[in-house]
Structure formats: C-alpha cells, structure tokens
Design a protein around this ligand. Structure first.
Ligand code: NDP
Length: 421
C-alpha cells in the first residue's frame, strides 16, 4: 500500500458536538482503510477509535498512517469475527458505543449477536450472506429488529454507497421532490482503468458471487427474474459518456420498494467492460466461481476462495487507477407540484483523488465515506433509534449535507431524459 501522494485537503468539519464517542471498526480491507481515514479526520466526533481485524499487523499499519497523517492515536486488536465469543471478548475489553462492521457479509449476524450481548450499537455496508449460498436478502437481519429495540440499541444496515447512498438519495428525492415516486433505476458506473487484465474493485469472492447470480427487478408488486446479466443497454453517465449497463439484483431494492410503496418498478444497473465479462465467463466455465468445497491433494478448498488468493488485491489497485465512478438514482414520478417529474441525483468520484487522500481506489472510497457518515449520524444523535433500520428509514438531510463535506459531492438534474423507460 502506498501513501505517497497526500495532496487532497482533509475536510475536517465541525458539528457543534461536545460528546465522546468510542467506535470500533472491524475489518481493514479497502473499505475499512477508508473508514479509518475518515473517522480519524473527524476525531472531534470519534474521540476514541479501535481498529480490529483478523490480521492485527494490517490494523497496526493503518494505525501508523493515521498517527503520521492526522496525529490521531488509535488502539488496534485482533479478532476472528467468525466466532461470536471472540467478538464478545473484544467488545468487553474495549466497550465501544458503536461497531462499524466492514469485514465480510458472512460475519454480520455474529457481530449483531455480540452487540446484543454487550450493549453495542451496529452499522454495516452489506447484508448478511451465508457462506455456502450466494443469496442476498434482509430477512436474516430484519429478524433482529425486536431484539435491538428491546435492548435500546440501534442497528443501521447497508450504509455504503449502494446499498447506502442509493437509499439516501431515494429518501431525499421522496422528501423534497416527489409527491409520488413511480420508477426507480439505480445506475452504477465504474469508468476507471486499473491497467490489470482482470481484477475486482472490492473483495473478489463477494463481488463474483454477486455478479454471477440471476438478475431480478421489481415490477407492479412482483419480482421478475432474468438470466445473469441478460438485460443490458447503453446508459450515458455524466462526464463519462455512454457505457453498457447490465441489470442485476441488488440488495437495496428489497428495502426501497418496501419503504416507498408507490414505486411501480425498481431496477439496478451496473457497467462492465467486455474484457471483464470475458474473464468472468471463463472463470465460471472452468468452475473457478464455485462456492462449494472440492478436494485438492487431500485438502478441501473452495475454488472461488482460491481464486481470491491469486487475483490482484483490490487494495493495491489505487496507485495506477485512472478515471472515475458515477453512481446515482434516476427517478420518475409526480413532483410535489403535481406535474410529471424526472430526477437524476448522482456523485462522480475520481479514483486518483480517492487514492491521494486514503491510499485506496474509488470503489473503496465511495463505500467507506458513507459508512463513516452513518457512524457520525449515530454518534451525534441524529440517527439514533432502537431497532434495525435501513438507511432510508432515517432523515436524509444531515447525511446529504455531510456527503458534500466529506468528499462525495452530489448533483441533481431535473426533467431530462433518464434513458430508462
Ligand atoms: P476486503 O476483502 O478488502 O477486506 C475485508 C476485511 O475484513 C479484511 O481486513 C479482512 O481481514 C477482514 N476479515 C475478513 N474476515 C474476517 C473475520 N472472520 N474476522 C475479522 N476480520 C475479517 O473487503 P472490502 O474492504 O472490499 O469490503 C468490505 C465490505 O464492504 C464487504 O462486506 C463488502 O461487501 C462491502 N462493500 C459494500 C459496498 C457498498 O457500496 N455498500 C461496496 C463495496 C464493498 P484479512 O485481511 O485478515 O483477511
């Protein structure tokens, strides 16, 4: 990991906040590293910071950078979050108010169980997935709602960019612009180039599991299933131009159609280059995307986990990454004035700028910044409500204000062609 270029001005905002907040971050991969930087940049709110992961040396390396860069001292520790008793011991030792879970989705329920046992509030960026089944739904985590409510604890689910900012954009549109939202299309473009033949932008195992599953979208009260990446079309992204975009299932669709019942159709689109898709097809055809165990030389291995070990580490992509991401929501419906309205709200994020600030590329950055803002919303009392919640359950306004201050400015376009009829 390289921290050579440090030119982005740190945006340390100050809320009139006089409290003390102890946060514990689990996971220091690409996303976790960005969270650590952003939390340290806002040390007036996060007065006590603990970083823990499976490999403590990685936590120590990030801690050294935070000390040098921001003069902030953090505590580091080791935890294997596959074991609830280890998380409980970690919580008892450090007594955090909030845990920011940026490990892998497999650990979500273990960490939530430990939160209930120790009275710790919870935030994550990806919904729970069982290891042996690439299956995305909130039911497992929503089932904790009563327990968190009774314990007086807040759990904030899916607080990255998508899920995360996509839900906050939708809530903001509903609050300020629409009388009735009818059509929602979340559009996610990565127009960056990392100069590798094939690499994923976040954890390869989680990423490939997500992309190779069947597509699904919501229409007139029902879910419609499609083949994996079967439906695609060119969409035009600001400052980027047209890019082939593929319809996929994405977890926030589940909570958004529930929370905004006027939505008639909700879809999610993501761009992929031809080179990426060709590699992905080969990986699948030769069985390397399998998530079941196979025997190799007397050892049981999961092919996709082995593949992760030989692919480029997403954390090392930043230095040569050019270009930008553009993620947003395209929404059509009836405006507050009773007239038809189309609305596009989006952020563009430069991979190089993200790297200069945090040593990580844009995909980690666009996930880690919202996770920190969600933690800030909790610690400042603006998003504190016992129960288990998706981000759109809270007031989007203070979050939107912070997005602009913390490195992810957003833009709105009204009444233009959304290209998603
Ligand atoms: P990485 O693989 O880069 O990092 C994962 C981190 O979690 C590593 O530090 C790893 O430790 C640690 N970890 C893994 N297993 C355990 C465990 N059992 N106990 C403790 N620590 C563990 O992943 P990313 O940073 O790319 O992604 C992190 C999360 O962010 C994922 O859940 C991903 O789905 C989510 N995400 C969400 C997005 C959104 O927009 N909402 C977008 C992108 C990602 P070690 O290094 O020792 O293996």
């Amino acid at each position: 990991m390289s921290y050579k270029l440090l030119s982005r001005v740190t945006n340390c905002f100050t809320l009139n906040f006089k409290g003390m907040s102890k946060v514990l971050i689990i996971g220091v991969g690409g996303v976790g590293t960005v969270v650590c930087h952003k939390v340290a940049q806002n040390a007036n709110i996060f007065t006590d910071i603990v970083i823990a992961s499976r490999t403590k040396a990685k936590c120590d390396a990030v801690a050294a950078v935070l000390k040098e860069r921001y003069g902030v001292s953090v505590t580091t520790d080791k935890v294997d979050a596959d074991y609830t008793d280890q998380i409980v011991a970690l919580f008892k030792k450090h007594k955090p108010e909030l845990v920011i879970n940026v490990a892998l989705p497999y650990q979500d329920l273990n960490i939530m169980d430990a939160c209930l046992e120790c009275g710790v509030n919870y935030l994550d960026t990806a919904n729970y997935e069982p290891k042996d089944e690439a299956h995305f739904e909130y039911s497992w985590q929503w089932a904790y709602k009563d327990k968190f409510e009774k314990a007086g604890l807040t759990a904030i689910l899916g607080c990255g960019f998508d899920p995360g900012v996509s839900g906050i954009y939708t809530a903001y549109a509903a609050k300020h612009h629409f009388k009735e939202m009818q059509y929602l299309d979340i559009v996610d473009c990565n127009a960056g180039n990392h100069h590798k033949a094939f690499a994923t932008n976040f954890n390869p195992e989680i990423n490939i599991r997500e992309i190779t599953q069947k597509g699904r979208y919501y229409q007139d009260g029902k879910w419609v299933e499609t083949g994996a990446l079967e439906i695609h079309k060119a969409l035009t992204y600001p400052n980027i131009g047209p890019r082939e975009s593929y319809l996929m299932y994405h977890e926030e669709l589940e909570s958004l159609v529930k929370n905004f019942p006027t939505i008639k159709r909700a879809r999610f689109w993501m761009t992929f280059g031809q080179e990426y898709l060709t590699h992905l097809r080969v990986i699948q055809n030769i069985g390397m995307a399998r998530i079941d165990e196979v025997e190799y030389n007397g050892v049981k291995i999961v092919p996709l986990q082995f593949l992760k070990a030989v692919l480029p580490n997403p954390q090392d992509l930043g230095e040569n990454y050019e270009g930008e991401t553009s993620i947003g929501c395209r929404i059509r419906g009836i405006g507050k004035d009773g007239k038809p309205l189309t609305y596009y709200v989006y952020n563009n994020c430069s991979h190089q700028e993200a790297f200069k600030e945090t040593g990580m590329q844009g995909v980690s950055y666009t996930t880690g910044v919202p996770a920190m803002i969600g933690a800030m919303m909790f610690c400042t009392g603006q998003w504190k409500r016992p129960g288990v919640w998706n981000v759109e359950d809270f007031d989007p306004d203070p979050f939107m204000e912070q997005l602009s201050k913390q490195g992810l400015p957003w833009h709105e376009i009204m009444n233009e062609d959304l290209e998603v009829d």
